[in-house]
Design a protein around this ligand. Structure first.
Ligand code: NOJ
Ligand code: CA
Length: 691
């Protein structure tokens, strides 16, 4: 039972379709609920915390009272103040899926009070979803405090279909489960993939962004935005009632956050839309982040790059110098990549294994592995940078931290200075293995603060950052646009372990928080051609690999494969050379999570259009209407399509089979009235450039 009057507040979205209700129970428990038109989407759900706190020294009595006790901060509240406002403005991202983003919401801010301590609950309701967060204003009765538990619930109203990742405090590198909520428990173990640092949260825990679909056809997505100075959230599912509870990543001694007022939690988000394409078009997460914090953004640029990388990932050469395999980063080999990248119009070449430390690290938890400034003796750092610059290429720095974060922070100033000395302007960071300090997790507050500290330092040096194995992105690239990419999901490096439906889910989930360094563009799917002992095959057609440059927008895109594999398919490689990295406009033509995604995007500057389509293990026919083109204009379209006998799903796989790589390229004149009929092979796709 709720208390009457001021204790029940409603808030509508600007278009009136969504309605949020805040209510305070008789015992002072704050709750919220969310409806879409006539449908209940989030049933009444509890808000609040269990804290352990202490007041400032100015009020010793309160200090005594709370310092030793757990503070129930989820009941016993009264509403002290209610504020309402509206916001509508348009902003321009430095890069992204379109050149202008509208930020339009209605806001309700409630100040709740308990035992002389204030907490603000701020709700923002957009046409495509809800954001809310907790705020602890500056006050005498609360200063430093610890979070024992965040009580936030998301009570679903049925056994929805869901696309989920197993909840883990250290990795997102798992396959997606695709099931009813009631099946998560049973299927979760099958989705796990071996990795260097893993900590599964619970038998029914799932990560955000979590995509769901109701039987009534609503797409519901739960995530968080603007994760700063706070642990990342996973969700624990109660699979009897289909309700989720927030679970914050604990620190080394088990606390779930150490806060100091004034402070805020990240935004908790619930997107609700009636069409899957609207999930892809939603900018809810970006809009809930702070505007760009950088005054000068002229040094931030999109990067198309190759890497001395796939040959190590596939085991052809080694990261370390001096072993029994060739060393990938050896100067002559690096020059070969620079030549190829320069000839084909790339911006950068990543070189991994360039530094000392790789020989005695993998699998061991060592504190001091890398110093980030000592090149391997066969890597001529000065000569290679000069050579690259003379050809219009930048080398991309690699900082594998070995997850010894204390060591990286000790070395980082010297590391960035070395980069500036030789002209590097982008770094790929990595966090393989368990975190040092021991007991911390990749997604805990300590690490969240570390990733953000690296961003701030990098900004001072005008260095762009591509973070691997970091926490799930929450839209911080709006505030820090030099965070041009993250990994934070299973990418192409997992080769045959990746399932055909993976890339039909990523745009709904992982990519909601920011772009992914997915490293597409693998042309040779048969790994036995790279290493005869391998029996692995990647489950994708070549055209599906091309399509990913469009369906997974990112200002940083790699052509992941080896130069020699591109040389075999120069006609298809042309698409990777042509495709843009930064977009004026995006049109989501067709989408269903777990099944297919078809996206068209118009390049900033040239105005050229690119279309990508991907499917899961099922072949599909798609009719693509080009009605987004300007009327009364003629364009030339180049279509890269799976050949009729192509198969990316491994149905016809045997060593030496070419079925993944079969494609047909056609050119034709098109207008806004053209409708293209396209067939995608099992785990196939298509790519189109329109000039
Ligand atoms: C994992 C990264 O995802 C991969 O790209 C990198 O090559 C290795 N770590 C080594 O740092
Ligand atoms: Ca499917």
């Amino acid at each position: 039972m709720c208390l009457p009057d001021g204790n029940v507040q409603t808030l509508s979205s600007p278009d009136g379709n969504l309605e949020m209700t805040f209510s305070l129970y008789e015992d002072g428990t704050p709750t919220y609920a969310l409806r879409y038109k006539e449908t209940e989407v989030v049933a009444t759900s509890v808000l609040g915390y269990e804290l352990r706190g202490r007041a400032s020294a100015k009020s010793p009595q309160t200090y005594m009272k709370v310092v030793y006790d757990t503070l129930d901060f989820h009941s016993g509240f009264s509403v002290k103040d209610v504020q309402r406002s509206s916001f509508d403005s348009t902003w321009e991202p430095v890069w992204g899926e379109e050149s202008q983003i509208r930020n339009h919401y209605n806001e309700l801010a409630l100040t709740l009070e308990k035992d002389g301590i204030d907490m603000v609950l701020r709700f923002r309701l957009f046409d495509d979803g809800l954001g809310f967060r907790y705020e602890f204003p500056q006050q005498t009765n609360l200063r430093y405090f610890t979070v024992l538990d965040e009580m936030t619930e998301f009570r679903m109203t049925g056994d929805h279909k869901a696309w989920w990742l197993a909840g883990d405090y250290d990795t997102q590198e798992y396959n997606y489960g695709e099931s009813r909520l009631s099946q998560v428990r049973e299927l979760l173990p099958e989705t796990l993939v071996d990795g260097a640092s893993q900590h599964v949260v619970a038998p029914t825990a799932v990560q955000t962004s979590l995509q769901m679909k109701t039987d009534g056809g609503l797409y519901v997505n739960i995530h968080e935005a603007a994760l700063v100075d706070y642990p990342a959230m996973t969700l624990i599912l109660n699979d009897e009632y289909f309700s989720f509870k927030a679970d914050l990543t604990p620190d080394a001694v088990g606390f779930r956050g150490r806060l100091c007022a004034p402070c805020t939690s990240p935004w908790r988000t619930v997107m609700v839309v009636d069409d899957a394409r609207k999930v892809l078009a939603s900018r809810l997460i970006l809009n809930l982040n702070e505007p760009c914090a950088l005054e000068d953004v002229s040094w931030i640029r999109p990067v198309k790059y190759m890497g001395v990388w796939w040959e190590m990932i596939t085991g052809m050469t080694a990261y370390a110098c001096g072993g029994n395999k060739g060393h990938g980063a050896e100067s002559g080999n690096v020059r070969r990549y620079i030549d190829f990248a320069a000839e084909h119009g790339f911006d950068a070449v990543l070189v991994e294994g360039w530094n000392e430390g790789w020989r005695d690290w993998f699998g061991k938890q060592k504190d001091e592995v890398f110093d980030f400034v000592t090149p391997s003796p066969d890597f001529d750092i000065e000569g290679l940078n000069e050579y690259a610059h003379s050809k219009g290429i930048r080398l991309m720095m690699h900082h594998e931290t070995s997850s010894s974060v204390v060591n990286y922070e000790r070395c980082i100033d010297d590391a960035f200075e070395l980069m500036k000395k030789y002209g590097y302007d982008a770094v790929k960071t990595g966090y393989v293995g368990n975190i040092i300090p021991y007991g911390e997790h990749h997604f805990g507050q300590f690490m969240v603060n570390h990733y953000n500290r690296v961003l701030k330092k990098a900004a001072r040096h005008k260095i762009m950052v591509n973070g691997h194995e970091a926490v799930h992105p929450t839209g911080l690239c709006r505030t820090w646009p030099h965070l041009i990419c993250n990994e934070s999901a299973l990418g192409m490096e997992f080769r045959s372990k990746m399932q055909p439906h993976h890339v039909t889910i990523l745009p709904f989930t992982r990519l909601q928080g920011g772009p992914m360094d997915f490293t597409p563009g693998i042309f040779e799917m048969d790994m036995s051609r790279l290493r005869p002992s391998s029996r692995q095959q990647i489950h994708s057609t070549l055209c599906k690999q091309l399509a990913l440059y469009v369906t997974q927008a990112s200002p940083l895109q790699m052509a992941g494969d080896l130069p020699e594999n591109y040389l075999k398919h120069m006609n298809a490689f042309q698409f990777i050379k042509d495709v843009a990295l930064d977009w004026q406009r995006s049109v989501y033509l067709a989408a269903e999570p777990g099944d297919y995604v078809v996206t068209a995007r118009q390049a900033k500057g040239s105005g050229d259009w690119f279309i990508g389509g991907v499917t899961d293990e099922n072949a599909r026919e798609m009719t693509v209407s080009l009605d987004f083109l300007e009327p009364d204009r003629k364009y030339t379209a180049k279509i890269y399509a799976d050949a009729p006998d192509a198969d990316g799903a491994g149905n016809t796989y045997e060593t030496g089979s070419e079925s993944c790589s079969k494609y047909v390229i056609t050119e034709m004149k098109v207008t806004s009235r053209t409708k293209l009929k396209l067939r995608m092979a099992p785990s196939g796709g298509f790519a189109i450039s329109i000039k």
